[in-house]
Ligand binder design. Structure first.
Ligand code: C5P
Length: 297
């Protein structure tokens, strides 16, 4: 008997970052939007805890207990006094270390799958609590749709979205480490008084209306200068996507994946083609948002 769970990637349509806190994290106003690129997590009873991975990015995925999917299984098993003997297979389609919450998706997916497999009966509240323990972006992978995350980004308020948005994602040749990007943010802002991060009302209104033009005008990512500082070639990718007719482009989360908002599906396909032809990225994918959160399939 196996349980399979599908989990979406995310893009941050607003990522407002505050100053570094005493615990090393940063307070955020993080507007998450789930996009229709998915990892699939399958859990099957086994002799011992084991993680395998398939798909175009599989070689970059750690298969030891640092994998968030393994940590999710271990955490739930420990809470219930269960043996975490399970084979977790990740069919990976979300870029690794790309700023699209691929690792977080696998954590949320494995948690939901193990809960079902073991009949652990965790409440939504407990699942969200475990997700927040695993990482700042993991609760959103469980919830999906659109949400504002405050605190580390783990305290979620669900947001209304009034229509579909068409995205193009340009994948980079190499990954970026999230802690390294936050460290670069701190370095670039040394001596600067950083205001409290707040969500943009214009942006929330654009989501409610499903208005791509208005959303494009309000997209923002405070981590973008830090990501560009560590990965300057991303400026060429952003220029190529905008020149190809995207309404706007920005770095997704801590990067290095770049996200382009398009007017419609046709325009998105054209932007993706132009990005690949520009040779400023390793590949480009189209995806639609919002997408549902982690779901047993
Ligand atoms: O929560 P998570 O483990 O995903 O965070 C990874 C790293 O990103 C943290 O160790 C920290 O360096 C940085 N981070 C941060 N502020 C946040 C979220 C993450 O500084 N709100």
């Amino acid at each position: 008997m196996s349980v399979r769970v599908r989990v979406p990637a995310k893009v941050n349509v607003q990522l407002a970052v505050g100053g570094a806190r005493p615990d090393g994290f940063h307070d955020l106003a993080n507007v998450f939007l789930a996009v229709g690129l998915y990892d699939e997590i399958t859990v099957t009873p086994a002799d011992e805890l084991r993680v395998t991975c398939s798909g175009p990015y599989a070689a970059q995925v750690p298969l030891d207990r640092t994998n968030l999917a393994a940590r999710a299984a271990l955490t739930l098993a420990q809470r219930r006094g269960l043996d975490p003997a399970v084979h977790i297979h990740i069919a990976k389609d979300i870029p690794v270390a790309g700023g699209m919450a691929g690792g977080s998706a696998d954590g949320a997916g494995a948690l939901l799958a193990c809960d079902a497999l073991w009949g652990a009966g965790a409440s939504r509240e407990e699942l969200l609590e475990i997700c927040a323990e695993l990482g700042s972006d993991v609760p959103f992978s469980l919830v999906g749709g659109a949400a504002l995350g405050v605190g580390r980004g783990e305290q979620l308020t669900v947001l209304e979205v009034g229509g579909a948005f068409h995205w193009v994602f340009a994948m980079a040749e190499r990954g970026l480490s999230t802690p390294a990007v936050f460290r670069e943010f701190d370095r670039l802002n040394e001596g600067v008084l950083i205001p409290e991060p707040v969500a943009s009302q214009e942006l929330l209104d654009a989501l409610v209306k499903g208005d791509a033009g208005a959303l494009a005008a309000t997209l923002s990512n405070d981590l973008q200068p830090a990501a560009l500082s560590l990965f300057p070639e991303l400026a060429d990718t952003l220029a190529a996507g905008r020149a190809a007719g995207a309404l706007a482009g920005l770095v997704s989360g801590s990067g290095p994946t770049t996200a382009f908002l398009a007017r419609d599906a046709e325009s998105a396909a054209r932007v993706a083609e132009a990005l690949v032809a520009s040779e400023t990225c390793s590949s480009a994918r189209v995806a639609v948002s919002p997408a549902p959160g982690a779901t047993v399939v």
